[in-house]
Write a protein that binds this ligand. Sequence first.
Ligand SMILES: Cc1ncc(C[n+]2csc(CCOP(=O)(O)OP(=O)(O)O)c2C)c(N)n1
Ligand code: SF4
Length: 292
Amino acid sequence: MTVDAFFKLEDMKPKDYKSDVPTTWCPGCGHFGILNGTYRAMAELGIDPAKFVAVSGIGCSSRMPYFVDSYKMHTLHGRAGAVATGTQVARPDLCVVVAGGDGDGFSIGGGHMPHMARKNVNMTYILMDNGIYGLTKGQYSPTSRPEMTAYTTPYGGPEQPMDPITYMLAYGATYVAQAFAGKPKDCAALIKGAMEHEGFAYVNIFSQCPTFNKIDTIEYYRDLVEPLPEDHDVTDMDEAMRLARRPDGKARTGLFYQVRENTLDENLKAIRDRVGGSPDYDMNKILDLAKP
Ligand SMILES: Cc1ncc(C[n+]2csc(CCOP(=O)(O)OP(=O)(O)O)c2C)c(N)n1
Ligand code: SF4
């Protein structure tokens, strides 16, 4: 079954998807730009909130679902993608979106990441990459630069950061994109494409944390990013990998990679169809197998 949430409502405005819960983020936090990009993507797709589920883990970023007027789940640290997989498989007609931080996704949640991508679960993963643990007051994360001194690393980091885009390409995600929270229109366009994509869509969004990350500032990200070349072929994995590794030090933004492959729910349905599975199946046939 394909997602049945799009183009249900006409003339929707981004603010129509705002919930009654006031935002809790610090002034100047990049997460606002990502939330606004999400509202805009929802409005452009005329999404029916009754067919939309926002699922998050734990962190400042994971508060996002409270601010969206739809079904939602605020789960456990690092488990959003696992819970969302259950949601998507049970109800393939819903538009499922995961939101979380870099610590949530690639530290504690790092074990679930390859499997969401590998299984090609039909959902969107929005990762708000601020290079720090915000909600716990500023410890270094797997995307922090080693020169950053932080709460548990007062003399700098003892290791190199990982690059989310390279990981997700290697894990087999079928839609891989990167954006910067300072450009909410770009965020909206890539999130919209991710929601419409049939398969596992990953969007990495640089999001400044002015309260605790004193080196990955809005100015730093503005200088770091550069759009992918206009003629970039989104089916060229080798080129996507090459650019993900920042050959000239620039982090590319835009759509790195997109291909259409069977999704987990499509493959599960194919198995059910092959064996003629249905909710009315006579369970006695299974019990009969245990007869001596
Ligand atoms: C199992 C578990 N371990 C640790 C924590 C403490 N904790 C709360 S939020 C968080 C990380 C937040 O950082 P990130 O996911 O990068 O999101 P941000 O707050 O920066 O948006 C941690 C470790 C927890 N809630 N649960
Ligand atoms: S601590 Fe950082 S990530 Fe958390 S709300 Fe404040 S600015 Fe945003």
